[in-house]
Write a protein that binds this ligand. Structure first.
Ligand SMILES: Nc1ncnc2c1ncn2[C@@H]1O[C@H](COP(=O)(O)OP(=O)(O)O)[C@@H](O)[C@H]1O
Ligand SMILES: [Mg+2]
Length: 260
């Protein structure tokens, strides 16, 4: 049973040298403690700028984010000592809030390369195409999408569906989804939610759903909700906490926590 454990994580982000900045680093995460086990869905909710994406990027191994203390382990293995590929092979999946455009690489190429890297061997082309088409139809993605350049000109909805397509094909042990719901209309939100639900029902997977808006949590019901303010978790509860946030916002927590 896979378990992701984050213990007292402190992370700095490098300041921009030159114009406006002084090149100093700033502490963004201030002691994050969180355990996500297989079969559980955790939601992290918090206001803009509270450090939610910083948490996702730090677990992903983005070079801009420097872990100054604390640990991240997956089944006891030190995630922070792994390079980015090793993190994916170990079973971690990170969907990014701002994916990069890669002209000249099609969605289909990219997905087959990613699947090969994670599984350790290349799937047979015909089987892969079948698998990909199956997942695409589940997510109501037009078949022509597979031949588009990666992330180039993707609409908000296409980016998010592409993330969930990766999730279904890579089938990681633990998925971290950062603002998967942003920029989606109601129909796309429903399809994306169904994709996440089919991933988490297919096997004992762990999901960490990072979101600013409570609405996705009506479709993807979390087992645990964590309120994130000022670079750390300031309150924890069950799904009813998401309902409270939907009704009253973050005000009561922001007043109690430090601002970044
Ligand atoms: N790459 C970066 N360079 C400079 N500052 C950053 C960077 N990433 C995050 N920050 C700063 O860290 C704080 C938290 O940002 P972020 O993690 O994106 O918050 P959230 O996802 O909760 O909106 C913000 O003040 C933001 O400006
Ligand atoms: Mg963010």
């Amino acid at each position: 049973m896979a378990t992701l454990e984050i213990r007292d994580l402190h992370v700095d982000v490098a300041g921009q040298a030159g114009a406006g900045g002084h090149g100093e680093s700033r502490e963004i995460l201030r002691g994050v403690d969180l355990t996500v086990a297989a079969g559980q869905t955790h939601a992290i909710m918090g206001p803009n700028g509270s450090g939610k994406s910083t948490l996702a990027y730090s677990i992903a191994g983005h070079p801009k984010y420097r872990v100054t203390s604390g640990t991240v382990t997956l089944d006891g293995e030190d995630v922070l000592a792994m390079n980015v590929d090793a993190r994916a092979r170990a079973g971690l999946f990170l969907a990014m809030q701002y994916p990069v455009e890669v002209p000249g690489v099609t969605v289909s190429n990219f997905l087959r390369t990613a699947v090969t890297a994670v599984r350790g061997e290349a799937p047979k082309l015909r089987e892969f195409v079948k698998e990909m088409n199956g997942a695409m139809s589940k997510l109501a993605i037009d078949p022509a999408f597979a031949q588009r350049n990666l992330n180039e000109g993707f609409s908000g909805g296409e980016k998010k569906r592409h993330e969930i397509l990766q999730l279904l094909l890579l089938n990681p042990k633990i998925a971290i989804l950062d603002e998967t719901d942003s920029g989606l209309d109601i129909d796309a939100l429903k399809i994306v939610s169904e994709g996440i639900n089919s991933y988490r029902e297919a096997a004992d997977h762990g999901v960490l759903l990072i979101t600013h808006y409570p609405r996705i949590l009506r479709n993807v019901r979390p087992d645990f909700v964590h309120v994130f303010v000022g670079g750390k978790i300031v309150e924890e509860g069950g799904p009813e906490l998401a309902d409270e946030l939907e009704a009253s916002g973050y005000e009561r927590f922001v007043a109690a926590g430090a601002t970044v």
